[in-house]
Ligand binder design. Structure first.
Ligand SMILES: Nc1ncnc2c1ncn2[C@@H]1O[C@H](COP(=O)(O)OP(=O)(O)OP(=O)(O)O)[C@@H](O)[C@H]1O
Length: 298
């Protein structure tokens, strides 16, 4: 589990992280979403022990990460800007990683060579950006980390390689209980893979939820009543209501079964529960007119 309590990180008086708290459950795949400049990379640099927060605490399974080799050797990270030693080949970098990660798995290295199909004697800096990213995944996955921290990870990968990489990560997470924290601008990118989502803006976490919580508790109902919509009781939590012709679309905070039961008492002519996308849920959840949530997420 990663616990972040109230961290502040400033650059020349500007607070890139402004009292941020978050909690990443062990074994989860946690998506960190936010617009440009929200603080995602700064947070990740604090989480991987590159930066030390001005104040606040970061703990991995209860232990601080900064200057803590024992904790760091359980974390593999792929930053937004990749770093490889000058003129290093994949093989050179593999030897380096093998030296610093006690759980490094040479068999996996050989198995993944087939998956990525990159020559190991090739100088990494001569590879294309997408291929360099593939090398970063190849090496990170061989480290058998307990924590995998990824900053905009699939940027630059083609769609086939994206799927391939995600499938490797997800099977590692399922087999070994690896915890994954992944940042992205794009909620859609994360929707299929994450089980927890946090939304970051202006150096603060606006909200964090499990997907099960989110998707199980908000539903879109499309309903045709016999006449106009009835007056709904105040305890029926309608987050949004719209009408097209005779069809009412109601976004209700309830389970699909609960909302169906509540509306059934009005004997509608037609009623259907439609799943919401993650983006829709966030928009309705955070909804208020003041919040430029759409700008953050879309
Ligand atoms: N080393 C630094 N020195 C000064 N300011 C910095 C530094 N690193 C980050 N910042 C500032 O902190 C804020 C957050 O930057 P950060 O890179 O963490 O955002 P981000 O969410 O990762 O953005 P993006 O999605 O564009 O990569 C920005 O305003 C940025 O200018």
């Amino acid at each position: 589990m990663i616990e972040v309590r109230n961290i502040i990180k400033s650059f020349d008086g500007f607070r890139a992280l402004d009292g941020l708290s978050m909690s990443v459950p062990g074994g989860s795949i946690y998506g960190l979403v936010g617009p440009n400049g929200a603080g995602k990379s700064t947070l990740i640099r604090n989480l991987t022990g590159i930066y030390r927060p001005d104040s606040g605490e970061i703990r991995f399974d209860g232990k601080p990460v900064f200057e803590n080799l024992a904790v760091k050797s359980r974390i593999a990270s792929i930053p937004d800007e990749l770093y490889f030693f000058l003129q290093a080949s994949v093989l050179d970098m593999m030897r380096f990683y093998r030296g610093i990660y006690p759980a490094f798995d040479p068999q996996r290295y050989r198995a993944l060579k087939e998956v990525f199909g990159i020559r190991e004697t090739q100088s990494i800096r001569r590879l294309s950006r997408g291929m360099q990213k593939q090398v970063a995944f190849w090496l990170a996955l061989c480290c058998r980390p307990d924590y995998l921290i990824l900053d905009e990870p699939v940027d630059g990968l083609d769609p086939v390689m994206r799927r391939q990489v995600w499938s490797l990560i997800l099977s590692d997470a399922a087999d070994r209980g690896m915890t994954v924290l992944v940042s992205s601008h794009n909620l859609r990118e994360l929707e299929d893979v994450c089980d927890h989502v946090g939304i970051l803006n202006h150096g603060k976490l606006l909200l964090e939820r499990s997907l099960a919580d989110l998707q199980g508790n908000v539903v879109k109902m499309q309903v045709v009543f016999q006449g106009d919509a009835p007056e709904f009781p105040p305890d029926l939590e309608i987050l949004h209501q719209s009408r097209t012709g005779r069809i009412y679309t109601l976004i209700i905070r309830d389970t699909p079964a609960g909302a169906t039961n509540r509306l059934a008492v009005y004997a509608p002519i037609l009623m259907d529960a439609v799943p919401l996308t993650l983006e829709e849920i966030f928009i309705y959840e955070l909804g208020g007119a003041d919040y430029a949530v759409k700008d953050i997420l879309l």
